[in-house]
Design a protein around this ligand. Sequence first.
Ligand code: ACM
Ligand code: ZN
Length: 750
Amino acid sequence: MRLFKNPLNLIFAAALLLAACETPQELSMIPYPQFEKTTSKTVNLPATVTFSVNLPQPEMDDLLAYLPSYPLPMELSDKNPFVTIEVSEQTDTPSSAEGYKLEISKRGVNIKAKSATGAFYALQTLAQLARNGKKLPVTVIEDEPRFPYRGLHLDVSRHFFDKEHVKKQLDLVATYKINRLHWHLTDGAGWRLEIPGYPRLTEFAAWRKAANLQDWGKYDHHYCEKDEEGAYGGYYTEADVREVLEYARLRHITVIPEIEMPGHSDEVLAAYPQLSCTGEPYTSGEVCIGNEETFKFFEDVLNEVIRLFPSHYIHIGGDEASRRHWKACPKCQKRMKDEGLKDESELQSYMIARIEKYINSKGRDIIGWDEILDGGLAPNATVMSWRDTEGGISAAQMGHYAIMTPGSYCYLDHYQDDPETQPLAFGSYIPIGRTYSYDPAPDSLGTDITKYILGVQGNVWAEYIPTKEHAEYMIYPRIIALAEVGWTPQSKRQPESFKRRINNEIHHIKAKGYNPFMLSEQVKSNQTVDYAKKRIMLSLTSEKYPIDIRYTTDGSEPTASSKLYKKPFAVKDSILLTARLFDGKAPLGKSLRLRTDYHKAIGKQITYAKDGGYYQNKEVYKGGGDTGLLDGLRGGMSYMDGRWQGFCPNDLDATIDLGEVTSIHRVVANFMQVRTPQVFLPAKVEVWASVDGKNFTLLNTDICSEEEAGKDVIFRDFGWIGSPTQARYVRFHAIQGKKQFLFVDEIVIQ
Ligand code: ACM
Ligand code: ZN
């Protein structure tokens, strides 16, 4: 008690105690707010959550129409309500229209917002905080989004998803403060919007005989009549669209329609072949730009789109148009001559600029995929950057707005886990951690650029997504990572915190009747090579939390009593790491098996044969460049992780100089095959050895079997293992079968 003799000490002790009570708590919230001050105190939620709100009538009606979908039952009451919502443009915190201030104290909840949207987002936060038990944390949150555009894109052409599916997704993504639906309504696999005057779009070009897109080849990708037996497809009527729009509006989501042009228009040309360069159906996916009727068609379609959709933005596509048919078309060539266009890129730009002018004349603006930059950007266009980030950055440099949706972070149709455990997907591997790691507007770009970056979007292309359940599996939880990317300031985003919160979140999503991917049940590894100490440091992680990682280094299957991973460890020679997740004593998923070799060729000289060098046209495929195959770093599941070196159409033909004659017994390299993006195993690999660099002896020819060649996804070592042999030079020659891409991460010599 001596401590308290001095009144100052007493104050000090009280402050300590207070601090102990107010240990910061991590809120169970996504996206994480910009600012929060949370205590460990809680307040009980009343059985009936009463609320008052000062919204004017039409917005009040909107809120009341939404509330039946709100997870927390609420009742309007003017008598001492538990939740008070004050909406006023005059309020100074928050500062932006979508922001809010939420105070939870023993007296109840006070919400301040500048607009109905801010109040809506405050309610989403409140609902998240109310989920874990009947208590709310005592907290003050001041929150607003980093970016105004936070989007979900849905492709309903490749597979048609009905309005109920679309509404179901809107209901959930709105709770994560997503505010845009980019509705990809038209594409070469089906037109999905009823257009007056063009009945063939929806009675014919919306239907095919094969449900699965990959089976449609059996029908030469031809459409069928709506009434034909076995017709698969669908479209939205005006009433459907209005229903979705109203549903979105009540959730503060703007729906941006996309009408694809001039490419990805096979379905238009099947229905109206006179709009193609040849006048025949099924001859191209691009409309004829030399034909005035093409413009009449799109203007008519856009009139209807503008009549139905209140969105300021209309997306006009613009991606992946082949210019081949325009080159051979007299009408297109005449157009180029008349308009002084020097090439077919400028012809495409002519069309986009003309369509933009039309849309601008109706008081709207266009968004186009980043190809619209290629032949000159239309004056007022906003660019959606998908091929990578360069398109968006170039647009911003020119003073145009950009929306970032780079394929290697934001494409939610790509694999999110080991392809061997997943349904067929688009080729590359984009686990949630990669999606979360994306920063759409890094400080390094400077504010002159970043001020034009409107935000970020997750794209759900449906070529490999045949069912609604599968769509949800691909969307969640990665879209939630992007919701946080779009909302939370970069300085407040922490992968470890997100990992804890998303592990909680997936159970809530599932309980609501969705089908999320429940996060990977596989251990992930990372390596760093310490060349000075001749060792590789291995670290292990997982998407799951909390979880144990157990491992062995001799190739045996880990059990519940195997070594528990605690921190990175060093490998000085060779191990076969086998690591698995354990939930207590129960093993999950499948084991990670990873050879790690501090091998004899690390850091040695490699020379590529003249026609045996790696692909130069994409930075990420260079896989570490000239030293990449001998750097000790092994690739993961994506050929885009910077560790895999690509060869196309060349063979991989390289000779390694070990510096001196050395005893070797194993020369292998790992190759991957992922069929959807045309990545294949080699047809065969030859390993040669030489003492003098002139006379080489063939050590082995390792042939790809027919069974292996037929697999959708396979990783396999090719090379030679034999009795110790003296060599200074090793020639590794992987011979292409398909002349597409070979990918290899390391040539291991032991
Ligand atoms: C796209 O993925 N073709 C925009
Ligand atoms: Zn033409």
